[in-house]
Design a protein around this ligand. Structure first.
Ligand code: GAP
Length: 513
């Protein structure tokens, strides 16, 4: 399904609305509707339970969004949390200079992939892609252009060299995507933090920031959590919460927002063990994603230029409709943050290691994923237009949201075969009133059964329960499976036992272990 149709579907079926739409909306801010909030809560629950509930050595916190302003000085965000900004003088539009170069690289990669697809078609079975990539002149030229641009971009970003970045845009002959204009301004650094003012304290002193990452709420609570939990190294602290970034360009729906939600875990370790833990968390996090999405949709991507706090960093990328993009980051943050907070606050942030009999500032490996990006990944992967299973006519199609049942917003819908029959309605409502204690269910009698089925398919409900005239005699109902459309007769008292284990999180959590 194309991206425009997906955003329209998300609105129509109560997943995501534009923020303050009645005032023509606010760019890069979105509201979650009745189905969206259920799906998002399920995704957060999946993360929380696999990180906190299933790890003896990971505990959770929920820190305030506002933090002492010194936090952001120590963390480096005041000085270094910048994106390179460039304006086009003709169109008056603003861009991220690094993204313009990345888009150029994506374009060349598209040409390279086309070349390979063409050859694949030409040579059929005999096609050897590795050999073709090694020898074909066009492919080598494209690969060279990509590597050269990526290398120069990484150097300019790591050095903070905005002139070099401007030069690169000129050398690559990059034009404004909408108008083709190459009339660019200089590139300048733009700090991404939103600020606000505390109470009645004017000026710099009362300046507060909306946190741009949840991680710092964890670092400043390191000693508090250690003292209360008596955790020994290695141990982790996890948190889910809002973060805010004044993104220069906010495109692609909920992929890049100015207000979003992060799920972050800081894992505190002995210095010198960071490589080992970095590798372990990389594997663990990929496995967690694989329980929801297929291998071909996911890949690792090492960072070319490292953030100011990291000595190693990798993204888990997901194949969104606009290409492979970052879904989660895994960062080896060394002792950067704790040391910086220790220095600026004057408070010791150390761990006494009973085995080594010494105190030190722990190192940290962080896993950080955006709940909204995970939501978009789930939606884009699951939403499809398909031929109705079991039907031969290709014109007989349906829209289905084939979410994993454990994250589906509604687990079962209960519907009477006829809405004007009191007995059917009464039994259906009784079933609904019982099932709602066990999992999220919906009662619906607002249309024909066929129409109701289609509506539930479109929001991803794994089971539809229909109460018909036989139900009144033998206390059985029809249960329809969203994916296969198979229908089975089930006794009313067996519904919880049959549906419950298929829609709870246990099997999903187990397969992520
Ligand atoms: N504490 C580390 C950190 O914040 P990051 O790579 O900047 O690292 C982590 O962000 C994750 O947060 C990203 O992988 C992404 O899923 C999510 N994220 C970052 N910026 C976002 C934005 N503007 N909108 C939505 N999600 C975002």
């Amino acid at each position: 399904m194309d991206f425009k149709a997906l955003t329209a579907h998300a609105k129509e079926y109560g997943f995501i609305y534009q923020s303050s739409e009645i005032y023509d909306g606010l760019a890069a801010a979105y509201d979650y509707g009745p189905n969206g909030v259920l799906l998002k809560n399920n995704l957060k629950e999946y993360w929380w339970r696999s990180m906190v509930q299933l790890h003896d050595n990971i505990v959770g916190i929920d820190a305030a969004i506002f933090m002492h302003p010194k936090t952001w000085k120590a963390s480096g965000h005041v000085d270094a949390f910048n994106d390179p900004l460039i304006d086009n003088k003709d169109s008056q539009k603003r861009y991220r200079a690094d993204v313009l170069v990345e888009d150029y690289i994506d374009k060349v990669e598209g040409k390279l992939n086309k070349e390979i697809a063409k050859a694949q078609k030409r040579f059929g079975e005999a096609f050897d892609e590795t050999e073709y990539r090694r020898t074909n002149a066009n492919v080598l030229r494209y690969q060279g252009q990509m590597d050269d641009a990526a290398g120069k971009l990484a150097t300019a970003m790591t050095d903070g060299n905005m002139e070099a970045l401007r030069q690169l845009i000129e050398d690559l002959d990059i034009s404004e995507p909408d108008t083709g204009s190459k009339n660019w301004t200089e590139v300048r650094q733009f700090n991404l933090m939103f600020s606000t003012q505390l109470g009645n304290i004017a000026g710099e002193e009362g300046k507060l920031y909306l946190r741009p990452e949840t991680a710092q709420g964890i670092f400043v609570n390191f000693t508090n959590v250690r003292n209360t939990t008596r955790q020994k190294l290695p141990f982790g602290i996890a948190q889910i919460g809002k973060a805010f970034r004044n993104e220069i360009v906010a495109r692609q729906f909920i992929f890049r927002m100015r207000e979003f939600e992060q799920m972050e875990m800081q894992f505190f370790i002995q210095p010198g063990t960071q490589q080992e833990w970095y590798e372990k968390w990389k594997e663990a996090r990929l496995k967690w994603h694989l329980a929801l999405h297929p291998q071909e949709k996911l890949r690792f991507h090492d960072h070319d230029n490292l953030a100011h706090y990291a000595d190693a960093a990798v993204d888990i990328q997901f194949e969104f409709p606009f290409g492979f993009k970052e879904l989660e980051g895994i960062h080896s943050r060394t002792d950067f943050d704790l040391t910086a907070h220790q220095e600026l606050s004057g408070k010791k942030l150390q761990y006494f290691d009973p085995e080594r009999e010494e105190s030190y500032v722990p190192y940290v490996v962080e896993t950080s994923i955006g709940a909204d990006r995970l939501f978009l990944a789930a939606l884009t992967h699951a939403l499809r237009e398909e031929q109705v299973p079991g039907q031969d006519d290709p014109k007989n199609t349906r829209t289905v949201l084939a979410l994993h049942p454990a994250i589906a917003p509604i687990k079962a819908a209960i519907m009477p075969l006829k809405r004007n029959n009191d007995e059917l309605v009464s039994l259906a409502k009784r079933i609904f009133d019982d099932l709602r204690f066990h999992f999220e269910v919906q009662y619906d009698d607002t249309g024909s059964i066929g129409k109701l089925y289609r509506r539930q398919d479109a929001v991803g409900t794994p089971f539809c329960i229909t109460v018909d005239f036989d139900s009144l005699d033998d206390n059985t109902v029809t249960v329809r499976d969203r994916d296969t459309l198979e229908q089975v007769r089930v006794r009313v008292e067996d519904l919880v036992g049959m549906i419950g284990p298929k829609v709870d999180m246990v099997s999903l959590l187990r397969s992520a272990q």
